[in-house]
Design a protein around this ligand. Structure first.
Ligand SMILES: NC(=O)c1ccc[n+]([C@@H]2O[C@H](COP(=O)([O-])OP(=O)(O)OC[C@H]3O[C@@H](n4cnc5c(N)ncnc54)[C@H](O)[C@@H]3O)[C@@H](O)[C@H]2O)c1
Length: 427
């Protein structure tokens, strides 16, 4: 087991020898991040984050590395730790340390103790701005490491689950500093959650199992932004897709989008592949494991590893699970049935593939960087609450993304502007 080492070190990564490959991947991803590149070029000149201590707790991927380069270009003094123990790309972490001067604390497969020692290192940086993907850093800065939170002016939150938790903290009056819900920006969730999760989740499943999706019955649980993306892409690959929901509006939407909708208990009997994307706990539980057919493959692409009740499955199974391929564990049931779990129930797209393509993270991370600049400009003016990203940032990011894709759109004529602003013209 790796020792609790992060405290004394300036970084903690697998090996700096991996940095050459990491740098190649970071630069490759950057090719597909033109909006972030523009933000970086401006930050380089204007230094809007100059002298700011920042701590970020994000998936340590090539795309995140390009966000880090942008924050550094803006003048931030940055520490990065992982937001998931399985998602770190060790070569990228090494290059960030060696080539880009970022203090990184992240090692793929790190145990729980090391994971939290790395979060501790990020807290000890005494940041004035933080960035989270799932609120682990903010939680630590409200709990065990609250003594390091004195200077925080704001925190950015990247994902749905984090925003839900932070809103709950605000509602209970326990939130101690303002938060910007980057996830809720249109240029984030409409694209990253839908197209990013949609594609990369299937990518992770295929890389882990090499399964053919055509003709399979795929059960998608949760029809939010991620679920819509996963369902649509699975259908595109030729799968018969079933959606399970608890929200009647979303269930209706799924039905009218052409998917079969039914309760999980009913779907459990017929699914070949199950994908949870709810942000909820124990969505697949004891009764469902019992109903699944032999060979069912089950994975999760929601933020935390709580969506599959693996303790319940372990209780039902004979003996310990066996790793039959990288990232694939077989649980043997007493009646001879086998259930395969991917990535120990953690985010399958990051643990078994590379996470979202750079093209979509371009928008999420340009929005992150601009929201950070906004938070610093408005330091002390934002109330202690969860705030939206200003609409002007969304518009700017979308406009530049369209430009980078060589897509032109129309403009409202003066007459149309007048009409849309009136209540009595041309009725
Ligand atoms: N894999 C990734 O890279 C990635 C990317 C973005 C978001 N996420 C995470 O994915 C999860 C979903 O995000 P989203 O933006 O789609 O959220 P969302 O809130 O838009 O959708 C979640 C859906 O799940 C449904 N749901 C909740 N509990 C359920 C249950 N017990 N059974 C069936 N349906 C249930 C809700 O009604 C909702 O429609 C979150 O945890 C989010 O943080 C992961």
């Amino acid at each position: 087991m790796r020792k609790h080492m992060a405290k004394a070190k300036q970084h903690d990564v697998r090996s700096l020898k991996l940095a050459d490959e990491g740098k190649r991947r970071i630069l490759w991803a950057d090719n597909d991040m033109p909006v972030l590149q523009q933000v970086r070029a401006r930050f380089e000149k204007e230094k809007p984050l100059k002298g700011r201590r920042m701590s970020a707790c994000l998936h340590v991927t090539a795309e995140t590395a390009n966000l880090c380069r942008t924050l550094k270009a803006g003048g931030a003094d940055l520490v990065l730790c992982a937001s998931n123990p399985l998602s770190t790309q060790d070569d990228v972490a090494a290059s960030l340390v060696r080539d880009f001067g970022v203090r990184v604390y992240a090692i793929t497969g790190e145990d729980r103790k090391t994971y939290y020692s790395h979060i501790e290192a990020a807290c000890k940086h005494t940041p004035s701005v933080t960035m989270d993907d799932g609120a682990d850093l903010v939680n630590s800065l409200h709990g065990e490491f609250a003594k390091y939170a004195g200077d925080i002016v704001a925190s950015m939150e990247e994902t749905t689950t984090g925003v839900i938790r932070l809103r709950a903290m605000a509602q209970h009056g326990v939130l101690k500093f303002p938060v910007i819900a980057v996830n809720d920006a249109a240029t984030k969730h409409l694209f990253d959650n839908r197209y990013g999760t949609g594609q990369s989740t299937l990518d992770g499943i295929v890389r882990a199992t090499d399964m053919l999706l055509a003709g399979k019955t795929v059960v998608v649980i949760g029809y939010g932004w991620c679920g819509r993306g996963v369902s649509t892409r699975a259908r595109g690959a030729g799968a018969n897709v079933i959606v399970c929901e608890v929200d009647p509006v979303r269930a209706l939407e799924a039905a009218m989008d052409g998917f079969r909708v039914m309760p999980i208990k009913q779907a459990a009997r017929i699914g070949d592949l199950f994908i949870t994307v709810t942000g909820d706990i124990h969505v697949i539980d004891d009764p469902h494991w019992k109903l699944m057919k032999d060979g069912a493959v089950v994975c999760n692409s929601g933020h935390f590893n709580v969506e599959l009740n693996l303790d319940a499955l372990a209780k039902l199974a004979k003996g310990k699970p066996t790793e039959v391929r990288n990232g694939v564990e077989r649980y043997a049931m007493p009646d001879g049935k086998r259930i395969f779990i991917l990535a120990q129930g953690r985010l399958v797209n990051l643990a078994c593939a590379e996470g979202h393509p750079a093209c979509v993270m371009d928008m999420s991370f340009a929005t992150q960087a601009l929201a950070t600049e906004y938070a610093i400009k408005n330091a002390g003016k934002m109330g202690i609450d969860v705030h939206d990203v200003p609409k002007s940032i969304d518009k700017w990011v979308a406009t530049l993304k369209l430009k980078s894709m060589n897509i032109k759109i129309d403009k409202l004529t003066p007459e149309q502007k007048k009409y849309l602003a009136s209540f009595d013209m041309g009725t």
